[in-house]
Design a protein around this ligand. Structure first.
Ligand code: 13P
Ligand code: ZN
Length: 270
């Protein structure tokens, strides 16, 4: 058995949580990440037959039965993951149609997965149904995106159009746009179901007055999506109170489509 501390999935989780904390996106225990692993990938570093304990999930997700995830723990601080990965992270296997999680490694202080586990697991199932390559769901609290939800129309098309207008390459990075949910109670199955529904049409889902969810094939892609949207929101918050003298027009965004071979969400450009 190889040392799990050298497992690429562990090393990358440590690097990413540390980097997200450094970006100011994850104050205190804010934010959470889940990464779906291949069984063979996990089996190189841990005994997949040695279940440490069972943790009920409180929801059903039959599509995820038998799937393995490395996930951040509830109440754990992203800044501390690098110092004690085994306490702050866990590897679990989903069983019983999603109703149970078998802990295979981690959460050494008796802890458990993030309170946003419903939104994570339901979002994985939703993304996999439209993109079999999806592996990551990431949630965090970036200040400018959050600020924007206090002063901007929360209509997904309007919100996306503003982000696309803030940096030329936004439309290339997230041509499907961002979907925006109104404020909802976090940590519930309801917000999980609503997030998963929105994840069927976009890899970014904003939780108004709370934060953002991103999904992607790896940590880099998912981090990059959130990073790009947050940069656009930062520019919006710098200019929102000033007269808009110039902007990026829909005609220019159509030129970007041609240049980069992408297609903006149907009907979201004029
Ligand atoms: P957890 O500590 O349970 O992961 O919760 C953090 C959070 O961001 C809730 O939305
Ligand atoms: Zn949160």
């Amino acid at each position: 058995m190889k040392d799990i501390m050298n497992a690429p999935f562990l090393v990358e989780m440590v690097r990413t949580t540390t980097n997200m904390y450094a970006h100011g996106w994850d104050e205190r225990n804010g934010g959470n990440i889940s990464w779906m692993l291949d069984e063979a990938q996990a089996a190189e570093y841990l005994d997949v037959n040695a279940v440490i304990r069972d943790i009920p999930t409180g929801f059903e997700a039959p599509a995820l039965d038998g799937k393995y995830f490395i996930v951040t723990g509830t109440g754990k601080y992203f800044k501390n993951v690098q110092y004690d990965p085994a306490c702050n992270l866990g590897v679990i296997r989903i069983t019983d149609e999603g109703k149970n999680a078998q802990l295979l490694w981690g959460f050494t202080d008796g802890g458990k997965f993030t309170s946003e586990f419903p939104a994570h697991m339901m979002s994985h199932a939703a993304r996999l149904s439209v993109d079999p390559a999806n592996r990551i769901v990431m949630h965090c609290h970036p200040a400018n995106l959050l600020a924007m939800t206090y002063v901007h129309d929360l209509d997904s098309r309007a919100f996306t159009r503003t982000l696309w207008q803030m940096c030329t390459e936004c439309v290339v990075v997230f041509p499907e746009g961002v979907n925006v949910l109104p404020w909802m109670l976090c940590g519930t199955n309801e917000i999980g179901e609503a997030t998963a529904e929105q994840m069927k049409t976009a890899r970014l889902v904003v939780w108004s007055q709370h934060g953002i969810y991103g999904a992607g094939k790896d940590l880099d892609e998912t981090f990059g999506l959130i990073e790009t949207a947050e940069k656009a929101a930062e520019i919006y918050m710098k200019i929102a109170h000033l007269p808009r003298v110039n902007t990026i027009t829909d005609e220019q965004l159509h030129l970007m489509e041609g240049r980069f071979g992408i297609k903006a969400r149907e009907g979201w450009l004029d």
